[in-house]
Design a protein around this ligand. Structure first.
Ligand code: BJW
Ligand code: ZN
Length: 246
């Protein structure tokens, strides 16, 4: 059975994504050539300690990323994932990304494991604010209490949002096919998600330009850019569905 037949026949297919799926939108990945951390050290920017030390520097980095994503848009990879959900094949997208591009492409059931660039949270009173555009001041202040706002994302050493994690584990445990797209698979606990699915019997299909920490447990490896591989896969899946239904 080839991958398209497998996906077309799946009863509970989910997609697990990382920064690679947004690369073709012009959003840099974290690791590897051109990655965000070639120029910035993670421990300087994506930790609570970094924020405590220099909130302005951390916010300038996040504002730069917000501006980049604001100007960018979903690419054919995001749209292919949304289409697989629209035709009833994919049940949910579990993403480590904070850019909101899956939702902008039309995906409806998206679990964000690492928070969102488009929310800020007050470190004093805990109020959460939705952002519809990049912040103007860095660091921004809480309109309610004047406290410092922080990006509502998950930094190193912080726990993942409990509801998102529980939904992801439940989806992974019930899945029969997981498309693992554009992630290095080195950041935990997120990287447990494909492993949990595999332990519960799911078939893993990886899409990546290079091998990752997930590749040794993947059943299929589709090498290439997700913006090219996924639209092709969708066309094949649709053909498969047509044949099965006729
Ligand atoms: C393409 C492509 C194209 C390119 N098409 N593909 C177990 C073992 C070891 C360590 C730990 C462990 N458990 C916990 C840890 C510590 C730590 C951790 O994982 N460290 C490792 C790095 C060693 N984890 C944590 O600290 C986590 N918290 C935690 O454990 O809390 C414990 C706790 C419990 C209770 C109370 C208190 C504490 C939190 C981790 C948070 C990670 N946050 C970040 C930043 C988010 C905000 C932001 O964006 O600014 O999340 S780090 C960064 O990495 C970001 C990403 O979501 C995440 C994953 O990266 P991703 O998506 O895989 O990107 P890349 O760049 O790594 O890979 C891109 C891939 O795409 C590559 O494979 C390319 O080949 C590919 N690609 N172009 C297809 N066109
Ligand atoms: Zn506040």
């Amino acid at each position: 059975m080839d991958v398209a037949d497998l996906v077309a026949a799946a009863r509970h297919c989910i997609v697990f994504t990382g920064a690679g799926i947004s690369a073709e939108s012009g959003v840099p990945t974290f690791r590897g050539a051109g990655g965000l951390w070639e120029r910035y050290r993670p421990e300087e920017l994506a930790t609570p300690e970094a924020f405590a030390r220099d909130p302005e520097l951390v916010w300038r980095w996040y504002r730069w990323r917000q501006e980049l994503v604001y100007r960018a848009g979903p690419n054919p990879g995001h749209r292919a994932v949304a289409e697989l959900e629209a035709i009833g094949v994919v049940k949910a997208v579990i993403t480590q990304n904070v850019d909101g591009l899956h939702q902008r492409a039309g995906s409806r059931n998206v679990v964000e494991l690492h928070g969102s660039l488009w929310r800020a949270r007050c470190v004093e009173c805990g109020a959460v604010y939705r952002l519809d555009k990049p912040v103007e001041e860095a660091p921004p202040r809480c309109p309610r209490c004047g406290g410092l706002l922080r990006p509502d994302v998950v930094w190193f050493g912080e726990p993942l949002p409990r509801d998102a994690w529980e939904r992801a584990v439940e989806l992974a445990s019930r899945s029969d096919v997981v498309l693992v797209v554009g992630t290095s698979g080195v950041v935990y606990p997120a990287a447990y998600i494909p492993r949990i699915a595999k332990d519960h019997g799911a078939v893993l299909v990886e899409v990546n330009v290079e091998e990752s920490a997930i590749t040794p447990i993947a059943d299929f490896f589709l090498r290439g850019r997700s913006g090219e591989v996924l639209p092709r896969l969708v066309e094949e899946v649709k053909k498969g569905l047509g044949t099965r239904r006729s």
